[in-house]
Design a binder for this molecule. Structure first.
Ligand SMILES: [Zn+2]
Length: 353
């Protein structure tokens, strides 16, 4: 069973990458295939393309269901994809019906909206988990029902923590995802449909991961629990295995700076950054393979404020992915009259080379 995961221009690349990474880790009959449109995009998007993406993803766009499915259909034609293959669009657009996701009952096309989840889950949630939940639930619904009428007849208008909850009140969606389950009635439908066991197993295993991650994160936050961080300069990622495999992606310059602050346990005054020019250049060279002195020169110039902008960007990414409480261990912070530093106990840090 081939599932192509694609995105529109309003879905941030980083959201797409996080969703695809989680889905592709699940093992079984469902085979997730990366968008061919995105294979050309390198990870090293520069500042200008980041800015271009920000403008596109912040734009409020409304599309109809059929327009969303048309994007899938165009992709199918463009790459000559088999009718039997499924195409999932991660879309940054809103739709007129105000649904978070849906499937085309006449073809194997689907969409999941990637925006506005924070209205229901707060900024503390890593939305890729929620999006993965929806991908799996529509694939299961496809196996359970043969028409839109059948789907609509089976939905629960009153929420009970089942995949088939209609969630008229969108806030109920939190219950559905925290349980990531199906009720006995729906389980009976599944039994009657003769759905392959290995397919079900993959859906339920991924759901279980999602559920665990969401609950675990909430508890870690509540307990203010410090977790490990793995700094991976080559991949330009910060990885948090104890918070449900959260990945924070950095640009090369951001990674070079972050590595420097990880190493300098006592912190650095930005006015003295020039003293660390060599280490910074070495870090940058290892990440990019470019011996590009000019790319880094303005970082040391305190009047240009470049270093503090880079630090703000790193910190914003950490807060966005981990929530403010947990991020406080890992951000590059400055107390009055103190240098900038990362407060995490270095026993929790593993910096790969
Ligand atoms: Zn149910």
């Amino acid at each position: 069973m081939n599932i192509h995961i694609i995105r529109d221009e309003h879905c941030p690349l980083v959201v797409y990458q996080n969703v695809f990474e989680k889905l592709s880790k699940s093992i079984g009959v469902i085979n997730f295939i990366k968008s061919l449109d995105d294979t050309l995009i390198s990870n090293e998007s520069d500042d200008m393309s980041t800015e271009k993406e920000r403008i596109l993803t912040e734009k409020h766009v409304f599309l109809s269901f059929s327009q969303l499915y048309e994007i899938c259909e165009n992709y199918r034609k463009k790459y000559n994809i088999d009718k039997k293959d499924h195409i999932f669009l991660l879309s940054g657009a809103n739709n007129y019906q105000n649904w978070f996701s849906n499937m085309d009952h006449d073809a194997n096309n689907y969409f999941v909206q990637v925006t506005e989840w924070d209205l229901f889950f707060g900024a503390e949630i890593e939305i890729s988990f929620l999006l993965c939940y929806h991908v799996m639930s529509w694939l299961l619904k496809r196996k359970m029902f043969t028409s839109e009428d059948e789907v609509m007849a089976a939905v629960h208008t009153k929420s009970k923590g089942c995949m088939m909850d209609f969630c008229q009140d969108k806030r109920d969606i939190t219950l559905k995802i925290r349980t990531a389950d199906v009720c006995p009635t729906c389980l009976n439908i599944i039994k009657s449909r003769d759905i392959p066991f290995n397919f079900l197993n993959q859906v339920f295993s991924l759901w279980e991961e999602i559920r665990k991650n969401i609950v675990f994160r909430e508890r870690a936050e509540f307990l203010n629990k410090m977790g490990r961080i793995i700094v991976h300069p080559n991949k330009k990622t910060l990885f948090f295995p104890d918070y449900g495999d959260i990945i924070v992606r950095l640009q090369p310059k951001e990674m070079a700076i972050y590595q420097l602050f990880v190493k300098e346990v006592n912190g650095i005054f930005l006015s003295c950054l020039i003293d660390h020019a060599r280490t910074l250049k070495e870090n940058y060279f290892k990440i990019t393979g470019k011996d590009d002195n000019a790319a880094l020169n303005n970082i040391y110039d305190i009047r240009d404020n470049v270093a503090s902008q880079l630090i703000s960007r790193i910190n914003r990414k950490l807060v966005k992915n981990l929530g403010e409480t947990l991020a406080s261990f890992y951000i590059i912070e400055r107390l009055i009259n103190e240098p900038h530093k990362i407060f995490i106990n270095r026993e929790y840090v593993n910096c790969l080379s």
